[in-house]
Each structure stands twice: as C-alpha cells, then as structure tokens.
Design a protein around this ligand. Structure first.
Ligand code: GUN
Ligand code: ZN
Length: 436
C-alpha cells in the first residue's frame, strides 16, 4: 500500500453555498494536503499536520500554488458523438437525423467503438472530469468498449446502451424485447465491475414505442438501485412530436411517469420548456433535471430556467453537464461559463462558489453518489483535479488583479479550459499525460 500526499491549496465543498460569500459551505486550506492510499482519501488537512502523521519518506507531490479539488462530474454526455461535435444544424431533430443517427451506426463495429473509447477517456481526463454519465449507442459493443476502457483506467463511470426502436434508421433500431434482453445482459456483465455503474437508457420518447418504454420501466423496477437516463423537453418541435405520439399522456414528463421511469435515480437531460405540472411532478418524484448549457445554445434549443426548475422552495434537483456532441466542449469550466451566460440573460446569476460546488458535490448529490465522489472527504475515492488559474497569458494578466478565492474561481470558469487542468487523479493515480 503506497501512501501519497498531494500538497497545494485544498478546496472541498460541504454543502451548497447559501450566499455568494458563504464561508461555511466549503473547507479551504492555503497550505493544505490530501493523503491518499489505495485509491482512497485517508485524510485532508493542513500540510504540516498531514506530513507529521506519516513516515518521513512518504512521497509528496507539491502542487503549490495550484488549487486541489474534487474531480469534475459530467452528468450527461454521448460517447458515440465525439465525431459529431460541431456539426452544422439548425435544430435538434435536424441535427439528430442528419449527423447523429448516421455517426452512431459506426458503433456496431467493436474496433471503432474501442478506438473512440480510448479517445473519449483521454479527452475527459484532459479536461479534469473524473466521472461521467454517458449514452452509448444502440449496440452492445459500444457499451463493452465504454466500460472496458473505464475499468482499465479505474474510473467511476455510468452509462448504458440506448434503447430505441423507432424514428431512427433501421440499423439503429432494436426491439422492445431485444432492448430488454441486451440491457439485462449488459447489467450482468458490467454493473459493479470495477467502478462501473450501468444506467438504463431509453433515448427519448420519440425513439421508443410504448412497448419499449414498458420494458424500460420493467428494467427500472427490477433494478431499483440503477440510474435511468433520458431526454425531456429540449426543443419545441420535439415536444410537439412527442405529444402527438403519446396523445393520452397529458404531457412529456407524464409519459416517463406513466412507464415508471421517474424517481430519485432518474436523470432527465435538458428540461427547458417544462409545463408547471411537469416541474411539480419532477420535484415530487425527486427526479433530476440536467442543465446542458453549451448544447442548448449550440442547437438553439432554448434557455434553461434554473430558478423555475428549482421551484419556489428550491427543492428541484438539478445537475449540470456538457452533452457532447450536441454540447461543444468537454470542459466543465466552459460549461459553467456558458451556463452563467444563459442564467444571466434571465436575471439569474450563479455565483462562483455555487458553480464549483455544482460540478463537484452538487453533481455527486444529483447522482446520489456523494458518499464516493464530489468531495475531498476522508474515505471517499481519490478522484481529484488540480487547477491553475495562471494557465495562459490572458489568465496571468487578469490574475494580477484578483484578490479573493471567489474571483479566482470565476476567472477559471470564465476563461479557463483544459489548459487550466494541471493534473487529473483517478483513484489516486495521475492520468493526465504531461504536466503543464
Ligand atoms: N435527444 C435524443 N437524443 C439526443 C441526443 O443525442 N442529443 C441531444 N442533445 N438530444 C437528444
Ligand atoms: Zn443528450
């Protein structure tokens, strides 16, 4: 068992900030340290205290003056869309039919899926993301490639095969029965292997017949510990088409409710144009709305209304995510930046402490995984990112005028990107190639 100390400016959240300058929501140590053993955090504290508690020959990796915090969590991303990112389309359904449903057909080829999986993990790690929740393609091979590579790198990843049996090219369609059987086999094969979590993944109501959503609901019932992920209320034309396919369900979220797909482990991508009833029902069922800023802007889907989704008592559960390849960047920093702009346009600003809470502990809570990831608390997994707010000349110049941690964080999210990620530790191992 090798011990390792990371030394630097240690920042970890304990709770959601209650105000812009809330000093109780986090622990911040100017000369702090994290002690790691066998992929877990054994202690967090002042460097002097941690150093005293271990033998003198324990390796110390000195990251001063950089910030050490929990690795970022991306709660919605499409693994087979790396080569779709940046495709020129005016709206969701055009984008899906013209590019996405063409590209995803390539993932029936295991060799291709494996090649992209290698790039996928390189890229998320390079951007400081240590956990992601991904949609794979309809093919079981894509899930095999996705989880095999996660296990190789010892990452805590969630994902699943999309279930889709209509409104897509023949080569991307399964059937209610085959999607049920394949999902069950994949759960058996991958869930709990290494740090993998399987997520039951009906793509969205348009591409599933009622019979298939019934199967998805049966899977959710049979595996209540598993996550469910799908898309909800992203685009006006999508909503209209969905309601025409399920006219008796009242509204879009009602479809998922009807088939037993709502709940505390359920993640709903987008939630931009919710009706009041849908918002209330999401809160009642503990379902999670996933805000995907770069995607919503790029595809022109609309402005996510955080305050409305959170509800008057702030009980709505919200996560934030990239949604690559509808989303345009793997970076959770770039995602925060675009999210800030979307909210500011609506008179709702997210303060910098809340932003960094959200991409760590906030997203971990949305996934009900806060006991494992999202903080630097003792006993949690050592998934850690090291941040440099002086990573570029523009950042350096601006940093000359920065005097507080909050300002530094805001600078990181406003002009930071993968260059600000000095290192990414996954279960205690440094995985970002080459220090900068
Ligand atoms: N709705 C159904 N599938 C998708 C997808 O791949 N991306 C986005 N942004 N929305 C979807
Ligand atoms: Zn998506």
């Amino acid at each position: 068992m090798t011990l390792k100390i990371l030394r630097g400016r240690v920042l970890s959240f304990n709770d959601a900030p209650k105000a812009r300058d809330d000093q109780d929501c986090h622990t911040y140590l100017e000369d702090g340290a994290v002690l790691i053993e066998s992929g877990k955090i054994m202690a967090r504290g002042e460097f002097a205290d941690i150093a005293k508690s271990v033998p003198a020959d324990v390796q110390t990796i000195d990251h001063r003056p950089h910030i050490i915090m929990a690795g970022f969590i991306d709660t919605h991303i499409h693994f087979p869309q790396m080569q779709v990112l940046g495709s020129y389309a005016g709206s969701l359904l055009e984008w899906l039919n013209t590019y996405t449903f063409v590209e995803e057909q390539r993932f029936g080829d295991l060799a291709h899926a494996k090649k992209i999986a290698g790039h996928f993990y390189d890229e998320v790690i390079r951007h400081g993301t240590t956990t992601a929740v991904a949609y794979c393609s309809v093919h079981t091979q894509s899930v095999d490639a996705y989880f095999e590579e996660a296990q190789k790198r010892n990452m805590l990843m969630l994902g699943g095969k999309v279930m889709m049996d209509r409104e897509a090219p023949e080569a991307l369609r399964d059937t209610p029965q085959s999607s049920y059987d394949d999902t069950n086999a994949l759960i058996e094969k991958w869930h709990g292997k290494g740090r993998n979590h399987y997520a039951i993944t009906p793509r969205f109501a348009i591409t599933s017949t009622p019979e298939q959503l019934e199967m998805a609901g049966a899977l959710a019932k049979e595996h209540p510990d598993l996550h469910v992920q799908t898309h909800l209320s992203e685009n006006k034309a999508e909503i209209e088409f969905t309601n025409s396919l399920y006219p008796e369900m009242g509204d879009y979220f009602g479809i998922y409710q009807h088939y037993g797909l709502a709940g505390e482990k359920s993640l709903f991508g987008h939630c931009i144009h919710l009706e009041d009833r849908e918002r209330d029902a999401m809160i009642e069922t503990g379902s999670v709305a996933v805000f995907c800023p770069t995607s919503n802007l790029f595809i022109g889907s609309g402005l996510f209304n955080w305050d409305r989704v959170a509800g008057p008592q702030d009980k709505g559960r919200i996560a934030i995510a990239t949604d690559v390849g509808g989303g345009t960047n793997y970076s959770m920093l770039r995602t925060l930046d675009e999210g800030y702009k979307i909210l500011n346009l609506q008179g709702q600003r997210m303060n910098p402490l809340t932003s960094f809470y959200q991409i760590t502990l906030g997203n971990a809570r949305a996934l009900s995984l806060q006991e494992k990831i999202g903080t630097l608390d003792k006993g949690t997994d050592a998934d850690i990112v090291v941040l440099n707010a002086n990573a570029t000349s523009a950042m350096q110049l601006r940093m000359e005028t920065v005097t507080t941690l909050e300002e530094e964080l805001f600078l990181l999210q406003t002009i930071g990107d993968d260059r600000a990620i000095v290192q990414t530790y996954v279960a205690g191992e440094a995985l970002k190639a080459g220090l900068n």
